[in-house]
Design a protein around this ligand. Structure first.
Ligand code: ADP
Ligand code: MG
Length: 479
């Protein structure tokens, strides 16, 4: 880039809600059925049909509002968003416009080791459209209306993000949250979680630039790539003396570029008006309280507890609450008498790395929370060295042992740390005798020789000697 440009990004995310039936009909929302087998008369808008709101969809929206600290509307209204497209048989999409179910709220996440907070504008309920099939019917396009009427929560942010990496970190945090509270399965291949990225650039501190919206990004990688491409494109256009045209663009992953799809409609183009088929929705305090009371502990609450009761840092607490499964794993470890900071380090470090390598989530960890806590206890009482403990962790993960009993694995694999003073002294004597030059060097003032001697003792004991004891014994004998 030839000049300093500030990037501005706002995301709109469509999260498919986990209800069994659609938002305004009783048809199934299950994925993968043959085309048009799950489209009811309501979904295809046959004359005389009327929508009936699915309470479960509203309940999930309330959960979301509570989880992000937003305001849940006591009264909200469904609106018709009018446009023509073959996958939308009614000629309008039922959505919410002026009175969405959730207003405000925030989402916090880690970016480069620091906590970032993005403000949410709103979250509203709406129905999904159908899908055009361009390959299923030779010579023509087919329409599959199974998706029509699928409940979505559209979550809109303020233009708070400043890089593609930040947008991805936000999207990942949102993805983890909607799964945490059980309102969306987060399956991105099946389209259950899709992002639209609004991107503009400006001179730092200046007014917001004209934005383009890149539609339907269904992987974190595509989200990042599409935004990066779009930033480059916009800067180039402006630096070449051109102007950004507000438009909707599509990302083509094969060519790694965004392409213009249509000029951007403004809200008035949609002729929004309240849907006369649906009454305004009243949500009373008692309902919100019931929903809140039935929810599992939220990430924010857990973080608060980890910090105030366990003395962990905000950074550690953020990492531990990256997913509900990870936090549950940590809680399991903490059921035993172990030090919180050490447990957090192992969960965020060794265990996360192990799962990452195996492509597994914490709920499918080959090492249980109980097994890890036993390993940590064996470090604390001196039975295992840090290095030995890592080996034990890998042995446990391998799952070869019939019982999975940590003490048994330590014994059978001979991984115990040598803390027997006599054995250590013997090893030290042996190493000193075999390395007179190092001993000499140390005694004549070369401090470095000491570390070399420690290294030799560790080698002689296959890394099993207690390092603190080795240090002490060497110091004593070297005089
Ligand atoms: P629409 O509903 O027409 O897409 P909104 O005004 O609701 O438009 O904004 C949609 C998204 O675009 C929001 O996430 C908002 O933060 C973001 N946005 C608005 N203006 C800009 C801008 N100049 N640059 C980047 N993002 C923007
Ligand atoms: Mg939009």
């Amino acid at each position: 880039m030839r000049a300093d440009w500030e990037v501005v990004i706002g995301l709109e995310t469509h999260a498919q809600l986990t209800t069994a039936s659609k938002i305004f009909s009783g048809a199934s929302t299950a994925f993968g059925a043959p085309p048009n087998t799950q489209a009811s008369a309501v979904d295809i808008a046959l004359p005389g049909t009327l929508p009936v709101l699915n309470k479960g969809a509203v309940e999930r929206a309330i959960r979301f509002g509570l989880a992000v600290g937003g305001t849940i509307a006591q009264r909200c209204v469904f609106a018709r968003k009018n446009y023509f497209y073959p996958d939308l048989p009614k000629g309008y999409q039922i959505s919410q416009y002026e009175q969405p179910v959730v207003a405000g709220g925030t989402l916090s996440f880690l970016l480069d080791g620091a906590v970032k907070t993005v403000r949410l504008t709103r979250a509203h309920l709406e129905e999904d459209a159908g899908k055009l099939l361009h390959e299923a019917v030779p010579g023509s396009s087919g329409v599959d209306l199974n998706r029509a009427g699928t409940p979505l929560l559209e979550i809109v942010t303020e233009p708070d993000m400043r890089s593609a990496a930040e947008a991805v970190a936000y999207a990942k945090a949102l993805h983890a949250l909607v799964r945490w509270i059980g309102i969306c399965d987060g399956n991105m291949q099946e389209g259950s979680f899709r992002c639209d990225a609004n991107v503009s650039v400006r001179k730092p501190g200046g007014a917001l630039g004209t934005r383009c919206e890149i539609k339907n990004l269904n992987s974190f990688r595509f989200l990042e790539k599409a935004i990066e491409y779009e930033i480059r494109r916009q800067v180039e256009v402006i630096e070449d003396g051109g102007k950004i045209v507000q438009e909707t663009r599509l990302y083509d992953p094969d060519r790694d570029e965004t392409r213009s799809m249509r000029s951007k409609e403004d809200a008035h183009d949609y002729r929004y008006f309240p849907d006369p088929d649906l009454l305004p929705l009243a949500i009373d305090r008692a309902w919100i309280d019931r929903v809140g009371g039935a929810m599992t502990a939220l990430p924010d609450a857990l973080r608060g507890r980890y910090i105030s009761q366990l003395g962990l840092s905000l950074y550690d607490a953020m990492l531990l609450t990256e997913s509900r499964e990870k936090a549950a794993f940590f809680d399991e470890v903490m059921k035993a008498d172990v030090q919180a900071k050490i447990a957090a380090n192992w969960v965020n470090g060794e265990v996360s790395a192990l799962l990452n390598d195996a492509g597994l989530e914490f709920d499918r960890s080959p090492v249980s929370g109980g097994q890890l806590s036993r390993i940590l206890q064996l470090i604390a009482d001196g039975t295992l060295s840090g290095k030995g403990a890592k080996e034990v962790l890998r042995e446990v993960a391998r799952g070869d042992s019939a019982t999975g009993d940590v003490d048994e694995i330590v014994a059978s694999k001979n991984l115990k740390q040598i803390s027997d003073g006599g054995a250590i002294e013997a090893a030290v004597d042996q190493v000193m005798a075999a390395n007179p030059k190092l001993v000499e060097d140390y005694r004549s003032g070369k401090e470095k020789a000491f570390n070399a001697l420690v290294g030799q003792v560790m080698k002689a004991t296959q890394g099993k000697a207690n390092p603190a004891q080795v240090n002490a014994a060497l110091k004593k004998k070297l005089g």
